[in-house]
Design a protein around this ligand. Sequence first.
Ligand code: SF4
Length: 501
Amino acid sequence: MRRPTVILRRCETYDVAQIRGIVSDALERLDLRPHGRTLVKPNCVASGRYFPHAHTRVEFLEGVFLALKDRATGEMTELALGERSGITMPTRYAFSGAAYYPMAERLGLTVHHFDETSQVEIKLTHPERLRDSIYVPEPVARADFFVNCPKFKAHPWTTVTFSMKNYIGIQDDRHRLIDHDHRLHEKVRDLQHVLQPRLVAIDAITAGEGRMLTPKPFHLGLVILGDNQLAVDSVSCAILGIDPLTVEHLRLAFESGFGPVDLAAIDVVGDISLADAQKRAHGFEKGLIRVEDYFQGSNIRAYAGPPPADGGHDYCWGGCPGAIEEAIEILRMYDASTDAKMPPVHVVFGAYEGEIPAKDGERVVFIGDCTTWKGDLHGKSVQIASTYVDRSKKNPLEAERPDIFGKMISTEKLLWKARKEDIIRMTGCPVSVAEHVLALVKLGGLKNPYFDPREIFGFTSAYLSSRTRNAIARLFGRAYNVPGFDGRGDASLMPFEEREI
Ligand code: SF4
């Protein structure tokens, strides 16, 4: 079996021709020829004027697609772009903000919006799985040559987001939100069993530091490529001085045999050394910050107890606490006076047992199904009980598709009913970033980003287009369990140790 190779290449600007050359070289070196249904998945969680550094840049993708065309055999039946952007945001809107459509048209690509495609069931058999099957879009399940093109970013919930974490975008909202909680890392590990990419190409030219949705641009000037994504992610961690085994989903993938994390087991090649890449990354701000620390110095005071005991975690890194951090970052992008406008608010997560020193008139919001608390608030005895539903009772086939306008109405109703209350309960597991945004808008009297006059037309039109297409597809029978889909079988679906490389 050949050792995994990770290729580090200098690339100072988003020059399509240069990126094409870099990716062509990598395909040649790795002896890869795109064939059959070739699918490229970027990270396009968000885009546009407010999220310019959250996604894989279009010039980068164009270089990748051109290189794939250059190296394709006559047997390439489809060259496609596919992704599911951030939850509740239509992928059409994110693709439009990232300027993907003109590129797709120029290159004759098929475009798959994973929130509008059929979903198929993939059976899972590994002993440590969270559930027995997982649903993914049909184009993912049927891909013969899958290319993962993430953005090099920090992540406040998972430290980093490189290629393995990019798999969260291969599920539509209904399925993505299931297990997106304290066991998120295990979910990311389980998604690895759906398929493995033939090629990983990370856009690390302008990396994103600090955050995931609203990162600060950090010039790294690198393209990172490889044929084993755990090896690629491990080298990416090494560039930032992070031990990959401290990133839980990488450790879990390693334990499941998806590849090496030890640099001694990886051939790191290219036109820049790992040491020089590390120098470039000096000072890069990584993720992972607890909610209590994140809100230090602001008018929001946060308190977090442990999530439910399954999994043995003392903090919910994949759910509500991280979602509120992203929510406030979004609001700050839209309204610079967000922090000044926000009145003192206390937010509570998990089984919290400490004090909540809320003064008279200060509101306390208990967030998430698993939240519990008992004590006195504003002279009253308060008891908050858990409404958490165990994951074994959550059926993916019954999961609802979250709708942003529906969320607006329900959040408006909740806060209207509680307008005279100083104790508010928000349920959900997880309570999504969008719901946190909407709740903070009401609590702080802030600008609602969904009504931003520069965005509302494009957003609503993408939303309506997506909803209409889904309604028509449902009418004509598009659903789960596509006829003719007979499960996995391609070598790219196998864990590392079972693949013949
Ligand atoms: S309710 Fe929120 S904090 Fe609790 S387990 Fe679910 S996602 Fe985590």
